[in-house]
Design a protein around this ligand. Structure first.
Ligand code: PHB
Length: 359
């Protein structure tokens, strides 16, 4: 099949993308320890995937408190900035572009991963189900500590500083991670936000912290260098929301005046099929910037989404793990390498930088 739209240019903020295939953020848990520092192997991995029109980095903690998994990288120390510079230099040398995904996990952490073994923080003291990936193996999640109202400005400040650090590390922009059950989504959705202060209750209050973060980050980087990722129907990390359409329509309308580069919408994650009632096209039409669609797309369904004007860009996750030359494979209709789940998180070059290219 012809992929005329998929392989057409797109202007994203001040960047000109050569085609529409974006590499989605993928946690790979291979940063150097101690210190959560990006290394040469990470740079090689991203360089190999510079075939993407735009790379969104793996989720990266904005502070020690924002960490929730062993071996994930940070963007708060000087060593981390230097490590990331190797990555951005490698990607730019190969002619591509890269945004940093800014992450605070909120309750999806463990005392064993937190500074001074403190409890993880969240909007409300409600535990996530399941287990955390720590340096001592998988451990049951604990009940988090509810943030005090006067602590929130400090968290917003962590995002502002992380954005400045990302700029210093050579990133073309940042993506605010407000999806998949981490801190910002814990505030957005009513299953996890039971607060009775100005950050909880009404939709206006639950979206407040996200809009404060957007304000802080766009203040320092300029709106064209900022995107945001949301997952309106996501249930990953024990998330629930009673009225996602109202919540996310409201959020998008409040985002419009910021003129962000994009919203990146997780339409499907894992085998979640609970999104039948959600109208993603309505969200796309409400938003005044670019719409990146993500979740189980193929070349064919990507082309169709673009030609129907339901999206501007399509982000591929797992296919990029196993196919560093994914765009070329889609263009040629070539077979895709299958990703090995056992090497997704942690480890060495195996299942990371050793997937073959075509030919
Ligand atoms: C994960 O590590 O499983 C993970 C991280 C970030 C996401 C989703 C999943 O947004």
């Amino acid at each position: 099949m012809a992929f005329d739209t998929l392989f057409s240019e797109f202007k994203l903020g001040d960047l000109t993308l050569p085609h529409r295939i974006v590499m989605a953020p993928l946690t790979r848990s291979r940063s150097s320890q101690p210190g959560d520092i990006p290394n040469d192997m990470n740079a090689e991995y991203y360089q190999q995937r510079s075939t993407a029109a735009l790379i969104i980095s793996e989720a990266t903690q904005i502070s020690p408190q924002g960490k929730g998994y062993a071996f994930t990288p940070g963007i708060y120390s000087n060593e981390q900035i230097i490590g990331w510079k190797k990555v951005t230099d490698a990607v730019h040398a190969s002619g591509s572009r890269i945004f940093l995904q800014m992450w605070h996990v909120g309750r999806v952490s463990h005392t064993k991963l937190q500074p001074n073994n403190a409890l993880p923080v969240a909007p409300s003291a409600i535990a996530v189900e399941g287990q955390a990936f720590t340096y001592e193996g998988m451990l049951d999640f604990e009940t988090p500590r509810a943030l005090e109202t006067d602590e929130i400005s400090g968290i917003v400040e962590q995002y502002r500083q992380a954005a400045l650090n990302a700029k210093q590390a050579g990133f073309d922009g940042v993506e605010i991670h407000a999806a998949n059950g981490y801190l910002l989504e814990q505030f957005l959705k009513d299953g996890t936000n039971k607060r009775d202060d100005i950050y909880g209750g009404s939709i206006e209050n639950r979206t407040r912290i996200v809009l404060e973060v957007v304000q802080a980050v766009t203040d320092v980087l300029g709106s064209e260098h900022v995107g945001i990722r949301i997952s309106p129907t996501g249930t990953f990390n024990s998330m629930t929301e009673s009225n996602p359409q109202a919540l996310f329509n409201y959020l998008v309308e409040k985002l419009n005046p910021f003129n962000l580069a994009y919203i990146h919408v997780v339409e499907r994650f894992g085998d979640v099929t609970s999104n039948n009632e959600f109208d993603f096209v309505q969200l796309r039409r409400l938003f005044n910037g670019a719409y990146i669609a993500n979740g189980g797309y193929t070349g064919k369904s990507a082309e169709q989404s673009l030609t129907e004007d339901n999206s501007d860009l399509i982000a591929f996750g797992v296919p990029f793990i196993a196919n560093p030359d994914l765009p070329e494979r889609i263009k040629q209709g070539a077979e895709l390498n299958v990703a090995d789940q056992n090497t997704f998180y942690g480890g060495d070059a195996k299942g990371y930088t050793d997937y073959p290219r075509l030919g």
